[in-house]
Design a protein around this ligand. Sequence first.
Ligand SMILES: CC(C)(COP(=O)(O)OP(=O)(O)OC[C@H]1O[C@@H](n2cnc3c(N)ncnc32)[C@H](O)[C@@H]1OP(=O)(O)O)[C@@H](O)C(=O)NCCC(=O)NCCS
Length: 303
Amino acid sequence: MTSPYLHEDPPRGFAPSTADQRAEDAPTAWAYMVRCADGSLYSGWTNDLARRLRHHAGGTGARYTRMKGGAKLAYAQRCADKSEALRREAALKKLSRPEKEALADAWAAQHKITVRLADESDAEAVVDLYNWYVTHSTATFQYELSTVEEMRENIRGVLQRAPFLVAEDATGRLCGYACAHPLHPRAAYGWCVETTIYCAPDCMGQGVGGRLYRPLLAMLKAQGYREAAALVTHPNPESEAFHKALGFFKAGTQPRSGYKFGRWLDVQTWWLHLAEESDRGEPAPVRLGLTRAEVDAILEKTQ
Ligand SMILES: CC(C)(COP(=O)(O)OP(=O)(O)OC[C@H]1O[C@@H](n2cnc3c(N)ncnc32)[C@H](O)[C@@H]1OP(=O)(O)O)[C@@H](O)C(=O)NCCC(=O)NCCS
């Protein structure tokens, strides 16, 4: 009997993904308003909304928001380009206070985020969101687009043992999702999960990630999982800062773990003890789901 390892001309595995395979980011421009601690509204424009919001919140955005403090997004409109955003910013600045308030109210109503358990009917929206990262980002090491059927299978599989959460706005648009998989199939790893999160690119930096991860982690803990790990491509400053803010610590780096878009990439493992670190006793078997009442209580507490 011949071995399947032996070939006259051995077949090859994946061809490396090259730099020019990275899809171009569509240029973005935004006109926006932030509400400061004293209730006043500041209008501006930016081509990177998430970064601009961080700068405002951190006191490095604009003199006005630095002086007033507490800047939080109150309105955002995506524009075709910088000149449209500048025109929209100028128009915002000319609005009366009641007009600005009406705009902010309408925006808040539309952007009211709801977090819920996913079901298979979410597969199409989830795969659209995820595939953007496949083609534009090294946050995932996947080369090929996922199909709706694969995502349906993924959602079904995750829900056998962990939460799969989606965040949507008032129009039902998917703003992000988070889920967890077993870290490793061997039985002794049964108390460890790997967590995953993706926000829609235009929803980053607006609190959606936290709204998804807090209940995800609380549900995993309630099930009896003990440890959570996030595998974060380096560099990914948003994800590193996010995991740190959510209580994870950097447990290690796997150098040059992957090759995508023409470069070798390290992967950092960010780790969170879900159980008390001092609790080293025999663990109870993990519960493979929660009751509806438990899920509702966690969602209510963490939103
Ligand atoms: C990583 C990611 C999920 C974070 O979600 P998000 O909605 O942008 O994060 P939030 O706005 O909820 O931020 C929660 C906290 O994380 C921290 N944080 C998030 N992004 C940050 C950044 N760029 N710089 C500094 N801190 C940051 C802050 O402490 C923040 O709290 P604050 O807003 O009160 O300051 C999101 O950026 C994303 O989807 N990135 C692309 C996909 C990806 O990399 N996924 C992770 C794969 S491992």
